[in-house]
Design a protein around this ligand. Structure first.
Ligand code: KIV
Length: 266
């Protein structure tokens, strides 16, 4: 059953009504077809696909062409869902023209909005994108595109850094973001930001008091048993299920149990 289609007004209403928003990443046609049949509110075609789908060691390797290819595949599989397409590494830091070309590619590939990582230095580009009529989701806290500058995957906004993050959230909301991802920040800070701004916050590793939650699909499905950050809850053992199915197929091939007479043409 497909959920009622979400849009930017829906995000605002959810915040007003204090009804949580669910978001999941999705990168391909196959899983998009499944997600389209679920009740999930919206899909993020995140630049984490550089790691999850392409095996790179960080999101720094995502490109706009890569993102657009995945957005288009997800749109074909999930025609009913609201899609947020991630603006990849440096795509918003090389001037407005480059940024707008990227936005155009993602929107024409089928996104309903774009997500921009970073705080103050992204405000002019975010304003420009919003004024051009394209909804923007912000992303602060742990911003994986800045992993080299941050010095690793660490919780952000602790101690005297908290105020700066609150200010960043306020600035992003004022610049016109319709939602803001808060990644890996202390729960108390995420709660404070969520109360302070009038657009929904979507948390990942940000505790229970954000206006919504997002997880990487493969993470929640348990695709990588070695990836166990504190914030992650797994809802399936896809690593085990897929491995077992493939091993059963292998064993039935080598023992001549597959295919049977009924599975063969005469
Ligand atoms: O790219 C991504 O998957 C993300 C989420 C972690 C929010 O940005």
């Amino acid at each position: 059953m497909s959920a009622t289609a979400m849009n930017v007004r829906g995000f605002a209403k959810r915040k007003r009504d204090a009804r949580k928003i669910s978001m999941v990443t999705c990168y391909d046609y196959w899983s998009a077809q499944i997600i389209n049949e679920t009740s999930i509110d919206c899909i993020l075609v995140g630049d984490s696909l550089a790691m999850v789908m392409h095996g790179f060691d960080s999101t720094v390797h995502a490109t706009i062409d890569m993102m657009a290819t995945h957005v288009a595949a997800v749109r074909r599989g999930a025609p009913d869902k609201f899609i947020v397409g991630d603006m990849p590494f440096l795509s918003c830091s090389k001037g407005l023209e480059v940024a707008m070309d990227g936005v155009q590619q993602l929107m024409q590939a089928g996104a309903n909005s774009v997500k921009v990582e970073g705080d103050s230095h992204q405000i002019p580009v975010i304003r420009h994108i919003v004024e051009a009529g394209v909804p923007v989701m912000g992303h602060i806290g742990l911003t994986p595109q800045s992993i080299h500058g941050l010095g690793g995957h660490k919780v952000q906004g602790r101690g005297d850094k908290a105020e700066r993050l609150v200010d960043a959230a306020v600035e992003l909301a004022e610049a016109g973001c319709f939602g803001i991802v808060l990644e890996c920040v202390p729960s108390e800070l995420a709660a404070c930001i969520s109360q302070r701004i009038n657009v929904p916050t979507i948390g990942i590793g940000a505790g229970p008091d954000t206006d919504g939650q997002v997880l990487v699909l493969q993470d929640l499905l348990g695709a990588n048993p070695h990836f166990k950050p504190k914030f992650l809850r797994t809802y399936a053992d896809s690593h085990g299920v897929v491995g077992e199915a493939v091993n059963r197929f292998h064993s039935e091939v080598v023992t001549h149990a597959f295919p049977s007479e009924a599975e063969s043409y005469r």
